[in-house]
Design a protein around this ligand. Structure first.
Ligand code: HEM
Length: 241
């Protein structure tokens, strides 16, 4: 008879689905931005898509920031100690898990299994860098918070109120300062684009991991992210000490 355990708290579950929804929106709109001219987008159309991408980006970044803070103060399975692969005898757990997988009897876990911990760490790192680079680009492209006012102050032409700058309009900026800004912006933009493709790979790996684990364990992983409860057919390797 499987035992049922409350594993994911409401903050983790809410974070997960907001993250998925915003990621899909950002990726879809980002693809349109990247395709730009080749799909016949006008300058106004591109700006409207960019503004929407950034608006969703704030929801994404706020949600992610709350989750990262929750990893210090949230429930047992939401914490860094249950995620980062440096603590709690992680390598010992990983070796036992991989050996168990080879024999078709991988140890069961209430929270993330060791492979899941590696995946979640990589996803959090990539999402955080993606969010930060996006916030910088929101400043360079739209003069929006949190960096926009400093960037506007740096590129505004002498005597021009930085708050009067309009995205895309070069008539009010100092040409040299603007060029210098575009120079340091280029690698940020490149990393935002490259990380997008890396994130697609990580998300594919995350989905594959969920499917494989679910087939092996039948713990109800997907519904656990909805109601919080996992059902285990034996003792958990991360059970109470
Ligand atoms: C996981 C989250 C995100 C994904 C998957 C994503 C994806 C993308 C993609 C694919 C592009 C097009 C790059 C190109 O031109 O080829 C893009 C551009 C952009 N993103 Fe994001 N983004 C994310 C988060 C954010 C956030 C949080 C913000 C800001 C709040 C943001 C702001 C921007 C801006 C301003 C651009 C325009 C860069 C340009 O001028 O081309 N992004 N994003």
């Amino acid at each position: 008879m499987p035992s049922v355990h409350v594993v994911w708290d409401p903050v983790v579950r809410l974070f997960h689905w907001i993250n998925l929804a915003t990621f899909l929106g950002l990726a879809g709109l980002g693809l349109l931005l990247g395709a730009g001219g080749s799909i016949g987008l006008s300058a106004e159309g591109r700006l409207a898509i960019l503004r929407l991408h950034v608006a969703i980006g704030y929801v994404f970044a706020g949600n992610l920031a709350l989750r990262l803070i929750w990893a210090w103060i949230g429930g047992r399975h939401a914490r860094w100690s249950a995620i980062l692969p440096f603590r709690g005898g992680f390598l010992r757990h990983l070796r036992a898990y991989l050996a168990g997988l080879r024999h078709g009897r991988a140890p069961l876990y209430l929270g993330h299994n060791p492979m899941g911990r590696l995946m979640v760490t990589a996803l959090f790192a990539a999402l955080t860098i993606q969010g930060l680079s996006g916030l910088v680009l929101a400043g360079t492209d739209l003069y929006q918070p949190p960096f926009g006012s400093r960037i506007a102050a740096a590129v505004a032409a002498p005597g021009v109120d930085p708050a009067a700058l309009v995205p895309g309009d070069r008539s009010l900026v100092d040409a040299d300062a603007y060029r210098a800004m575009r120079d340091w912006r280029a690698p940020v933009k490149e990393s935002h684009e490259t990380l997008f493709y890396l994130l697609l790979l990580l998300v594919a790996g995350h989905l594959a991991g969920v499917v494989v684990t679910e087939i092996a364990e039948r713990a109800g992983l997907v519904s656990a992210m909805i109601h919080g409860r996992k059902s285990l057919s034996g003792p958990a390797a991360d059970g109470m000490p």
